[in-house]
Design a protein around this ligand. Sequence first.
Ligand code: PPS
Length: 469
Amino acid sequence: MTNSYWTIFKKQKKDQPCCWVENLRLEQQEAHQEKSGKQVCIWILKMFGIKRNKDTSVIRGLILWFLVTNIMLVLYSLTNPLQMKNRVFQENRCPPSMAGLLQKNVTQIAESQPAEASPAVNIMFMKTHKTASSTILNILFRFGEKHNLKFAFPDGSNDFFYPSPFLCSHVKDYKPGDCFNIVCNHMRFNHQEVAKLLPPDAVYVTILRNPADLFESSFHYYHRTIPLTWRINGENKLERFLSDPQNFYSPEAYNSFYLKNLLFFDFGFDNNLEANDSRVMTNIHNLSKRFDLVLMADYFEESLILLKDKLRWTMDDILYLKVNARKNSSVSRLSPELRAKILEWNGADWKLYQHFHDIFWAKIEVYGREKMKQEVNELRRRNAEMKAICVEGGDAVEAKNIKERRFQPWQPVGESSILGYNMKKEIEPKLRIICEKMLTPEIQYLSDFGVSLWLTSLWGWLKDAVFTL
Ligand SMILES: Nc1ncnc2c1ncn2[C@@H]1O[C@H](COP(=O)(O)OS(=O)(=O)O)[C@@H](OP(=O)(O)O)[C@H]1O
């Protein structure tokens, strides 16, 4: 622009001396407009954590990505008009009197048992990322379906408008004052809003995982959707990133929360706090007050036994098949040095994990170590039995070997690393349905519940289209 300004300026001065002032004004106006355009571009580049002197095709790609994402968000907001309306009714919440009515949803068992012995049916499960949470989700879906419970489902996708903090208006068909038994899909936790949906006796549960393994899993799963990682060269991007994380990271960059303290982010906190910041422990203590039970993916079976105990459920209720697991070849082996680097980089999550790890083992002490051992053995035995009954070939297989679409798990962008199952042909009729449900991935299960997943499908279509080009 500066060049063209001088060209015109000189030309005007020479050819039409009387008009050059007006031309200068127009030029300045143009320059201003162009500057604002440039500002937007610079802002977009900042969001994507990219330096300004990059190739224009990359910049064009980024702008296209930005526009597509925004169009999707606008479309989503338009199909979710309640979102605006409900902000006005923020005080409306599920009245305490509804607890009893919702309890009646539980068929048979509730009638035959006193209320304090009957299974808990009002549950908030905070589904954190990459923590075996989809396996828990499958357990909750089955329990809820069996007992005809009312779920608060998302609308349009499988999450509640993540990464925005949760609002009641994100719930499908939500009307102020509505009550639900179970809330369990991905969200960015916002206690005040969640509490409006559930009776006061709801049990709050979540799950954590050692941040070293969680980070490795999250990096694998999301790196292609995090523009910050696009400029990392070399075979082992994870190792390269950890060699100098500050160099590759920028807090305001798009999707950057997947790269640092993802648990902290999911719980609605600032994921960029340094571990020694006093707010980290304050947040952890506040969380302790909110959640009745914090499970550990690293001790998954023990976690389920504690869950069964807390909710007064039966062994049948917690049977499961591991879902959303990766094939071995795509799991990066972490050396002790690399693990230490990850834990340092994710210092807030590491503190969070250690805090609840201690509480978890204290709970096991109270439960009784011997009793826990026996229960875990029984759970393993029953799970192995179910696997033998339901799964063709006896184990999970790669996506390309899954025969039925309804059992195809969702894959990360540009990868086909998540395993799934084939169901046996010959299964006793009374076990067939339970097998089917245990093998059904989250997206298909939500669809069976009648949840619209148009945004997820659109995104799935886009990612497949781009990566099969
Ligand atoms: N039962 C059980 N025990 C231990 N670990 C398990 C279990 N089920 C799932 N997983 C592991 O959890 C990872 C997937 O987590 P999520 O289902 O929470 O992922 S997601 O955020 O919903 O995409 C994924 O981890 P990675 O394989 O390391 O990616 C799964 O292998």
